[in-house]
Design a binder for this molecule. Structure first.
Ligand code: COI
Length: 359
């Protein structure tokens, strides 16, 4: 691995927020990790420092051309007090796939893992232990070279910040209402839809804002070419149970390859529940609803975990799913995955990584 991570501890620790105020991504811990990249030197100077603002030149490329990627991961505290992570290398591999798509140099996954473990250990007191809470981990890369030519930056920062969180949606584990978007699109195959990059989320804000004004939590995106195949929800992948079978849109290059998505598929298969990854149109979905075979729907994501969908609005028609209640598969998968993550249920897959308490 080679690079040694230096540690500077804060002398002014912050007051921790009350658990009931957590919601999502509002509070940040006492420390952060940062390292720099320069052409020639590569990634260098990895360090844990007190959480603080960063200073960037106004010409930094990230401000102008959006050359940036991020990840979302979580650490959990078990009832016995150990700290667990869930499939962290899957996220780090995806980080490097996003880097490759955005012409950002790749990062040594073992170094990032080591940085993560050390950072989490330093801020371990910030990990909430209550059911439904966790420490959200946000690694990200920004292009910092101060030049306005449209070309890959020759300088970057890689940063990890940590945020104690409760549930992503105000609804918690209760079903959310989703607006099926027919005017705006998020991504197209060949674009950057399957990279975790800020521009995908910026592109979704307008639709999200309009959906919020209509009383919906998120939008369900359709594909950008035919405007009919289901892709994903604003911050999660999506699953439907139709006629006893679970279906999720196949990865087509414009959908995010979600770690929770993959985990849900594997868990359902482990339970011998049939899962199919396929192209599914909104018309097929509405037809299944009309025939009474659309049994339940849920979203999956690191931030959202498993989020049951109680209503879909398609061009003004309100499709109420499972009487607006959490469906049995959604509840079972939620209980199983969160149980594994918090160490209260056995992990038959080898997905849980214990953060070494001695580092
Ligand atoms: C996540 O689930 O970690 C995400 O990145 C989704 C969102 C909060 C942007």
């Amino acid at each position: 691995m080679g690079l040694k991570i230096s540690v500077e501890l804060t002398t002014t620790p912050k007051t921790k927020p009350a658990i009931e105020n957590l919601s999502f991504g509002k509070y940040f811990t006492d420390h952060m990790f940062i390292m720099d990249y320069d052409v020639g030197a590569g990634w260098h100077d990895p360090r844990i420092i007190p959480y603080q603002p960063i200073s960037l030149d106004p010409a930094a490329k990230v401000f102008h051309y959006g050359q940036t990627v991020f990840e979302g991961m979580k650490a959990y505290k078990t009832p016995e007090g150990s700290v667990l992570m869930f499939r962290p290398y899957k996220n780090l591999q995806r980080l490097n796939r996003s880097n490759a798509r955005l012409s950002i140099p790749s990062i040594d996954e073992d170094l990032v893992m080591e940085a993560l473990k050390q950072l989490i250990k330093v801020d371990e007191d910030w990990i909430p232990a209550e059911q439904g809470t966790s420490l959200y981990i946000r690694p990200f890369v920004i292009a910092t070279q101060p030049t306005l030519g449209v070309s890959p930056s020759e300088q970057y920062h890689f940063i990890i910040i940590l945020s104690p969180v409760g549930s992503y949606y105000a609804e918690g584990i209760n079903p959310v209402s989703i607006y099926v978007e027919s005017e705006y699109v998020r991504a197209v195959t060949g674009g950057v839809g399957n990279a975790k990059t800020g521009g995908n989320y910026a592109a979704g804000l307008k639709a999200q804002q309009e959906a919020t004004e209509k009383g919906y939590s998120q939008v369900l995106w359709l594909d950008g070419v035919h405007r009919k195949y289901i892709e994903e929800v604003g911050s999660m992948n999506v699953f439907f149970k139709i006629g006893g079978k679970v279906i999720t849109p196949a990865l087509n290059g414009s959908i995010l390859d979600g770690v929770t998505r993959d985990s849900v598929i594997r868990v359902l298969q482990h339970w011998n529940i049939e899962v199919e990854e396929k192209r599914i149109s909104i018309d097929e979905l509405v037809e299944a609803y009309r025939k009474g075979t659309l049994e339940e729907a849920f979203g999956t994501g690191t931030a959202a975990v498993i989020s049951p969908i109680g209503e879909l609005n398609w061009q003004g028609d309100k499709l109420t799913l499972n009487d607006g209640q959490t469906g049995p598969i959604s509840a079972k998968v939620y209980d199983f995955i969160t149980g594994m993550q918090r160490g209260t249920l056995e992990d038959p897959f080898g997905w849980i990584l214990e953060v070494d308490p001695k580092i």
